[in-house]
Design a protein around this ligand. Structure first.
Ligand code: MN
Length: 715
């Protein structure tokens, strides 16, 4: 256990102006408050916070963090209160201790929902101040180092699993590899005793057979640089059993491969020397293809930089070598902690390029560059970590990370494209909410799916992530293409049949080459999309065929206002589903029973207009007119929007009477707006979901009977 003066000396060694008296006071306070509490090891309890503080000095953290390490268990485990800490040590330290206490109170439970709940709180707490998390990691590291004293195996396993699942990855995310590896290996010892023992045994075996491999290889690499002006230091180390094991799992490699057991580092002075050293190594020993990685020019997300290479080195053995500068090494070992206060600001400036990969760290660097005081610096170290992101959970507790503003639909696509494509609704924290609902940190999102569902165009407006948007577009385009093919096939067939020509696939295929299409689907798709006319296909196959009169007939029928239900239409509209190849013209609301006609519109397929629409005058030629008709067996209830213009008396209860009546007649109001309001009357536009013309007419007639309705008509 660190003595009081040893701890203080350690801090003063890197921070000469640290508040020595305050550290001393915290040391004494912690020992006094924990009194004669004991650890499982039999040691006095206060040895634990002191060791934690010691670990934090290894990371060269500021005095407030060291003191927080000393005090971190006082509020939770002793009589001390948050107020005591605040009055004795000030608000900053009280805040940090409070943060650590909150983290420690998170109960881990493997039950899914609870796991999500906890993880969420954990993340939220984490985003408050990075120092809280650093203390928590040091706390966990010391607890893991002493875990073997905990008597209950089940508890040991639970803590080890939690460490492996939560804390080790967190340390990794912050670039603290030394921490991560130790946490992982300590967990591995508990969770998979046999595997670890087996690896240890093999390693012992290997060492006794091969002697001191590390020293011999280290010497040979070192000697290689003797004749150069490069100032290098070579370090060799045996990898930890857990990382050896993980590598064996992922590559199913055996233990004999030297490069899986030992790693060597060449430390140089600056970035340029990294590449020069690499040249020296590769000149002497061939490199193993596929194992070279340049994380200097392309740093990892957590800021890690190094050159990795594997060479076929001394005695034809594969040797893994990392080349880096001391600064890169510090970041590799200690991650964000390496960027802490006691760095030369000039140095940080030159490291700016990879500080950029942290984003939030860049802010800290800027603070330093602008010559702010240490206090101001710490004030701003309150992290905005993840402030541009939201963390949500699946019901099974899987964490989904989305940009701020993302919706439940983005979430569905983030889980899996197929989940997105087939989602019909969602529950957010157990409540049914629309798919367009924006998510908040910690939401638990359950996606309701149906195999029959397919993406609809409005979805594009609901999403913010590129992944979701492109998936929706892709699905819509695919669906549209399929419908164009169906429509085109129908159109080609019917024009052939009208002239009593053979319309078999084999016959139509003759038009493929001349018209520049590879497959029948391509050809039909082009016709359905209005890019190629069915007439052209006909003439290509039967050059002397007469011009089809289909378009002309459609136009004539439209003009004559004959009942299209009696005609033999080209296209039939099913209830409700109009899809992508066929749509209604904007601001028209035709209902089954209304007379309609289609206009083939390039790039869109068939656009359907009510015959009375003045917009039809714009279409002169015959060739674009398409005969369409409703296909609505009485029992097949589709839903159509019908738009009513209503003029009502401006009196109390008028609106209520109208909406009640529409509901009574089984109509669903899906939109309503007041167009104009006078003293006596107001005009409104009401969109009502109805089944067909009959249904709409019944509602209109009923509305006419209301005393408050002065006039009503369909748009
Ligand atoms: Mn503790």
């Amino acid at each position: 256990m660190l003595r009081q003066y040893e701890l203080v000396d350690k801090v003063l060694a890197y921070d000469p102006v640290a508040d020595e008296a305050l550290i001393n006071r915290a040391y004494v306070y912690a020992t006094k408050m924990h009194g004669n509490q004991l650890r499982h090891s039999g040691d006095p309890y206060f040895s634990h916070p002191i060791e934690v503080a010691g670990i934090l000095t290894d990371l060269r953290l500021d005095a407030a963090t060291i003191i927080t390490g000393l005090l971190h268990d006082t509020v939770e485990d002793t009589e001390a209160t948050a107020e005591d800490i605040a009055s004795l040590f000030g608000g900053e330290i009280a805040g940090l201790v409070d943060g650590v206490t909150k983290l420690s109170q998170l109960e881990w439970d493997s039950e899914d929902a609870k796991q999500a709940e906890n993880f969420r709180k954990f993340l939220l707490a984490m985003s408050n101040d990075i120092r809280v998390l650093l203390v928590k990691l040091a706390d966990r590291l010391h607890n893991m180092r002493t875990l073997h004293h905990v008597p209950k195996e089940q508890k040991r396993r639970r803590i080890a699993q939690e460490t492996l699942d939560i804390y080790a990855p967190l340390a990794g995310r912050m670039g603290m590899h030394e921490f991560r590896e130790e946490l992982e290996d300590l967990s591995f010892q508990v969770i998979n005793v046999e595997a670890r023992q087996a690896i240890e045994a093999r390693l012992d075996n290997f060492r006794s057979e091969s002697g001191d491999v590390i020293e011999s290889i280290r010497g040979q690499i070192s000697a290689l640089f003797d004749g150069t002006d490069l100032d290098i230091e070579v370090r060799g180390r045996q990898k930890r059993p857990y990382s050896i094991w993980r590598k064996m799992q992922s590559r199913s490699a055996s233990l004999e491969q030297l490069s899986d057991i030992f790693a060597f580092r060449v430390l140089v002075d600056d970035e340029e020397d990294c590449y020069r050293a690499l040249g020296v190594l590769h000149q002497r020993w061939p490199s193993v293809p596929g194992r070279f990685k340049d994380y200097i020019s392309t740093p990892k997300n957590n800021g890690y930089r190094s050159i990795h290479t594997t060479i076929v080195g001394p005695e034809q053995k594969r040797v893994e070598i990392q080349i880096r500068t001391q600064d890169m090494h510090d970041v590799a070992e200690y991650g964000i902690a390496a960027h802490w206060v006691y760095k030369n600001p000039e140095k940080l400036k030159t490291e700016n390029t990879y500080a950029d990969t942290f984003g939030w760290l860049r802010q800290l660097v800027e603070m330093l560059e602008h010559g702010s005081s240490a206090e101001e610096f710490l004030e701003h170290s309150k992290l905005q970590l993840f402030s541009d992101q939201v963390f949500c959970f699946t019901p099974k507790g899987m964490l989904i990370n989305l940009p701020r503003g993302a919706t439940a639909l983005d979430f569905a696509y983030a889980v899996h494209t197929e989940v997105g494509d087939t989602c019909v609704g969602c529950k957010i924290n157990g409540r049914h909410l629309p798919l367009r609902t924006q998510l908040s940190n910690g939401d638990e999102v359950e996606i309701v799916r149906s195999k029959a569902q397919r993406p609809v165009p409005i979805w594009e407006a609901y999403v913010v992530t590129g992944k979701a948007r492109s998936a929706i577009r892709r699905a819509l385009r695919q669906e549209q293409l399929e419908e164009f093919v169906l429509l085109g096939r129908q159109m080609v067939r019917s024009i052939f049949e009208a002239l009593e020509k053979d319309a078999a696939d084999a016959v139509i295929e003759r038009a493929l080459g001349p018209l520049g299409h590879e497959t029948l689907d391509d050809l039909f798709g082009a016709v359905g999309e209005g890019l190629l006319s069915a007439q052209e296909v006909l003439e290509q196959v039967y050059p002397r065929a007469k011009e089809s009169k289909a378009g002309k007939k459609a136009k004539v029928r439209a003009a004559e206002k004959t009942d299209p239900l009696n005609a033999k239409p080209l296209v039939r509209l099913r209830g409700g589903e109009r899809g992508h190849a066929i749509r209604f013209a904007e601001d028209t609301f035709p209902l089954p029973g209304d007379r309609i006609v289609g206009i083939l519109t390039p790039g869109e397929g068939v656009v359907v207009y009510p015959i009375s629409s003045p917009m039809l005058e714009a279409f002169d030629g015959d060739e674009r007119w398409v005969d369409v008709a409703w296909e609505t067996p009485e029992d097949e209830a589709g839903t159509f929007v019908s738009r009513f213009n209503i003029r009502a008396s401006n009196e109390v209860g008028a609106l209520g009477a109208i909406s009640t009546l529409i509901a009574d007649y089984d109509g669903n109001i899906n939109n309503m707006s007041l167009a104009q309001r006078d003293v006596d009357f107001y005009d409104m536009v009401v969109d009502v979901d109805v089944r067909d013309l009959k249904h709409a007419t019944r509602i209109i007639n009923a509305l006419k009977g209301l005393s408050v309705v002065n006039a009503i008509g369909r748009v």
